[in-house]
Ligand binder design. Structure first.
Ligand code: AMP
Length: 373
């Protein structure tokens, strides 16, 4: 996911899909025009990348020029199309093929047709890399189409959102429904908390660490803290009812969140079921569960190291740490199967540099968003 100005955009078309569409158009045009020298007219600014790649794929003689029109401000078409740069080439008697990055309502196209209707061209054709057939209401037939896309706002590969995003090699789609809920999964010490810190920034999410909430309550001597203390001190799980109620309260507190990262929750199948039901009641869902994987011995070493700095009693004693692993194996590991059945379980190698692991997580999450897109 990327952020341009105030908006989030999710991956939509990768480079290969775009290049394939460009090549397809170039081949179709070549089939029709290889025996003459057509003039390609790129529509600025959005089409500059398409024109460039198109020409590289067009293997016959041709000329190229550009026009500049403008109708977008921000996310919506203003409906006013101005001609900012007129066609200068001598186009009389020539075949002209317009190269557009995207055709949506068809207003820009109408202006172009108008522009060329005054000239005496031999033939006038339109090629558009992207085409929103759902909302196109022009009369003119689009002669060559790369990819038909639904009516959502896209950026990248020449297309912008308030001038940003043109330099992206891929195409991204506006993330209309920002709500995304992730479960970070893994044994104690796997790096869930550290990684959640990065992910929440990247995706504008609220990070809920049940371990942190318990520790906060213990520190402040609340009823909940006192209740949890004995379990935590032994490296055992706090009972489900207590944990589930607490989790619900945390979610309720953050009504304005764009989504959540659940870190350390769920840890039992009962918790996972409760989470599913709770989210469903709010018309939300778990979008992905990502497990950070590492060997026990590496984790023990990490936790003992962490225990020195954090002072956490459950991180300082290898027996307690091993007990937490046992709890994980007995109660939490079953969640793999639970989320696997929903097609929502992903694993990431949790060994390596912190930023390296973040990259691995981002790859998985972006893939999930793309599929949902
Ligand atoms: P953590 O900081 O995630 O390692 O959690 C520290 C301790 O808090 C765990 O060992 C448990 O005793 C308790 N705890 C945290 N999350 C849960 C949960 N989802 N269910 C039960 N106990 C939990």
């Amino acid at each position: 996911m990327i952020k341009l100005h105030d908006k989030q955009f999710r991956p939509y078309l990768d480079e290969a899909a775009i290049q394939e569409a460009v090549k397809k158009i170039a081949q179709e045009v070549a089939r029709d025009y290889k025996h003459e020298v057509p003039i390609f007219v790129g529509v600025l600014n959005g089409a500059f990348m398409f024109v460039s790649d198109f020409l590289k794929e067009y293997k016959h003689h041709c000329e190229v020029t550009f026009v500049k029109l403008s109708s977008y401000q921000g996310l919506t078409s203003t409906g006013i199309v101005e001609t900012l740069l007129d066609i200068s080439e001598d186009i009389e008697g020539r075949s002209v093929i317009i190269l557009e990055d995207i055709i949506d309502t068809g207003r820009t196209l109408q202006q172009l047709v108008h522009l060329f209707s005054k000239s005496n061209v031999k033939e006038f054709k339109i090629a558009s890399l992207f085409y929103k057939s759902e909302i196109y209401n022009g009369e003119y037939n689009i002669d060559y189409v790369g990819i038909e896309i639904p009516n959502s706002f896209i950026v990248g590969y020449g297309l912008d959102y308030k001038e940003l995003g043109r330099n992206l090699r891929e195409v991204y789609q506006l993330n209309q429904n920002n709500m995304i809920n992730l479960v970070l999964f893994g044994k104690p010490g796997a790096g869930k908390g550290t990684q959640a810190g990065f992910l929440k920034e990247k995706y504008n999410l609220k990070h809920i660490s049940t371990g942190d909430v318990f520790r906060y309550n213990m520190k402040n001597g609340t009823e909940l803290g006192k209740l949890a203390q004995s379990y935590i001190d032994k490296g055992e799980l706090v009972p489900d009812e207590v944990t589930i109620d607490m989790l619900k309260a945390e979610v309720e507190k953050s009504g304005d969140a764009e989504g959540f990262i659940f870190d350390g929750f769920p840890r039992t199948v009962a918790q996972a079921k409760a989470l599913d039901n709770f989210l469903e009641s709010k018309e939300m869902q778990v979008d992905a569960t990502i497990a950070l994987e590492a060997d026990d011995d590496i984790l023990v070493a990490r936790l003992l190291e962490r225990g020195k700095e954090s002072g956490r009693s459950d991180d300082q004693d290898e027996a307690k740490i091993r007990n937490r692993f046992d709890e994980y194996n007995q109660k939490t590991a079953a969640l793999k199967e639970y989320y696997n059945r929903q097609g929502k379980f992903h694993t990431v190698n949790g060994i390596g540099g912190i930023s390296e692991i973040t990259e691995r997580l981002l790859t998985v999450i972006d893939e999930v968003l793309k599929v949902q897109g």
